[in-house]
Design a protein around this ligand. Structure first.
Ligand SMILES: CC(C)(COP(=O)(O)OP(=O)(O)OC[C@H]1O[C@@H](n2cnc3c(N)ncnc32)[C@H](O)[C@@H]1OP(=O)(O)O)[C@@H](O)C(=O)NCCC(=O)NCCS
Length: 163
């Protein structure tokens, strides 16, 4: 259903547009939240060797992003994050499918042992995506993220490579 491919410069403007959407970036890391993002910032993010960003397509149409961040080669650990950029494609299982693919990439190609994600406690869609993709809830950091001026918990999930 979904395909993923390494994010190329021709798509930086589109991804910057998605990341600038408050309905999307309100759920993301503080570095993205509430900001207007341009292509240069996407380029800097892609150049950082601790990141791997992938464009998600559904039936060949670019519609979202899945990414690994904070890749720690020595510890075989990374964080995963994702977004559905095109609202017309939400709720079809596309990001769940893409998430499973990037997790397989992380385990098989990068030899990671553990991939984790965190979501705000009120991000029920994202929690559903993680659970569907086999992630397990590990715990939370209380009042550790700011959602529209209110402190909410970050819930952490992980997935480990099956031996
Ligand atoms: C989270 C996000 C990526 C989900 O995208 P999506 O295309 O809807 O994802 P999927 O279709 O794969 O799965 C969504 C699941 O949530 C469910 N869902 C939708 N709205 C929901 C709600 N309000 N409460 C609970 N579950 C909900 C859907 O039914 C679906 O589950 P199902 O397949 O069992 O029916 C998208 O909403 C998004 O981009 N959000 C903003 C960015 C974000 O939150 N990123 C995650 C932070 S790391």
């Amino acid at each position: 259903m979904a395909t993923i491919e390494e994010l190329k410069p021709e798509f930086f403007p589109l991804v910057a547009e998605w990341l600038s959407n408050p309905a999307i970036n309100q759920w993301l890391d503080g570095d993205w939240r509430g900001r207007s993002i341009n292509s240069s910032l996407v380029a800097v993010t892609v150049r950082n060797r601790r990141n791997r960003l992938f464009l998600v397509r559904s039936d060949a149409t670019p519609c979202g992003v899945v990414a690994l961040a904070d890749i720690e080669v020595a510890d075989r650990l990374a964080m995963v994050w994702y977004l559905m950029g095109d609202a017309a494609f939400t709720g079809r299982g596309i990001i769940s499918d893409a998430l499973s693919q990037i997790v397989a990439f992380g385990f098989d190609e990068l030899a990671l042992e553990c991939i984790y994600a965190w979501v705000m406690q009120n991000n029920t869609r994202s929690i559903r995506v993680l659970v569907k993709s086999g992630f397990r809830q590990m715990g939370c950091l209380r009042r550790s993220a700011c959602f529209h001026g209110k402190q909410v918990d970050r819930i952490y999930f992980d997935s480990v490579r099956h031996l």
